[in-house]
Design a binder for this molecule. Structure first.
Ligand code: MRU
Length: 345
């Protein structure tokens, strides 16, 4: 479990006896600060406030949150814990709206709860640990599959943070970057990812910990980077993929896909099948999270009383027609549409 190799040193979440150990990503890269959460309420707060973030990591964290909820409810009322846990599951479900992995993991844990007759902690913990392990295994597999597609590519650009910090470990898009680096690719660009700076604060730091060199660009430099022919692929993750292959991901992903098509740069999405929402037919049905305008205004107006309002959607939807390949652990969907997506169902 949690096998860590030379190019994959970081872990955002780790189950320990007392509870779930979380690396507070809001404080990176200035501080490496861990806290151990022991209740479902604390887990929901950690997801909402983005101490832990990234679709697969949110799902795994919520699964551990269900274990903590069961531990608390079973200890206080062994006869009625199943009724009482419902409010904890609701709290966890409401933590963030876009990453479908959250709902997927809670649904799987809820199904298991329905079958449990005795102490729920051992079977729920076993299941959550397995989800965590499976995520890392899927990422390693997708890393190799994605790297196979890059062939002669001289450079790549990635957006947001999709690495070990955003997953169980190794990463989705950043897993492809890791695998490609091991094969000799070293022109790696990371966009800063305004406004929360997942690229500048997290991706560049995470790669640095593993000795992988990366060059940071301002989001607004992407067109010039492509025009200068510095990259052959853009590689991103996903928070939710609709049944037709439309992809919701960090705000700015859609702009990169439009720019990539104009410059004949290829566009790859890397995500486990737990990120595919088969019940949502097209991307325009995906709920896009709006976050506090202060997250956007912080840099320029920090410490001042601001009367300026801001529109802060934190995800956007890239239509499947702008995507060259969706890499999953079950295989690659080229030029995704409803029909081709069904090959990884
Ligand atoms: O708001 P965040 O930081 O949780 O958003 C994360 C992303 O958009 C990632 O690109 C996505 O979750 C894929 S992570 C493997």
């Amino acid at each position: 479990m949690n096998f860590v190799e030379e190019t994959d040193q970081i872990r955002a979440i780790q189950w320990v006896q007392e509870g779930l150990r979380i690396l507070d990503q809001r404080k990176l890269p200035d501080q490496i600060s861990y806290e151990t959460v022991t209740t479902a309420k604390q887990v929901a707060e950690a997801i909402q406030s983005m101490k832990v973030r990234g679709a697969p990591a949110i799902g795994i964290t919520a699964a551990y949150g269900v274990v903590l909820a069961a531990r608390g409810q079973y200890a206080s009322d062994p006869k009625n814990w199943k009724n009482k846990i419902d409010k904890d599951l609701k709290l966890l479900t409401a933590a963030r709206p876009t990453a479908v992995n959250l709902f997927w993991a809670i649904h799987a844990m809820r199904e298991l709860i329905g079958t449990i007759e005795t102490d729920p902690v051992p079977p729920l913990l076993k299941f959550a640990l397995r989800l965590h392990e499976n995520d890392i295994a899927a990422n390693r597999k997708m890393g190799e599959t994605g790297a196979d597609l890059l062939s002669e590519t001289h450079g790549i650009l990635t957006h947001c943070n999709t690495g070990s910090l955003a997953t169980g470990g190794y990463g989705t898009a950043l897993g492809v970057v890791r695998s490609a680096f091991k094969r000799g690719l070293n022109m790696i660009y990371a966009s800063e990812t305004r406004p929360w700076l997942q690229g500048a604060r997290l991706t560049v730091w995470e790669l640095q910990q593993d000795g992988i060199p990366a060059t940071l660009i301002a989001d607004s430099a992407a067109a010039s980077l492509m025009h200068a022919k510095k990259i052959g692929w853009v590689i991103v993750g996903a928070d939710r993929i609709a049944a037709n292959g439309d992809v919701a991901n960090k705000i700015g992903t859609y702009s990169l896909a439009v720019l990539a098509r104009h410059h004949s740069v290829k566009f790859m999405v890397v995500a486990p099948t737990s990120t595919i929402d088969w019940d949502t037919k097209t991307g325009d049905k995906i709920v896009i999270e709006q976050r506090d305008s202060r997250e956007l205004l912080m840099d320029c107006y920090f410490g001042r009383d601001s009367v300026i309002d801001a529109w802060n959607p934190v995800f956007d939807v890239t239509p499947g027609e702008l995507i060259d390949a969706i890499v999953t652990e079950k295989g690659v969907v080229f030029n995704p549409n409803l029909y081709r997506m069904s090959t990884v169902k």
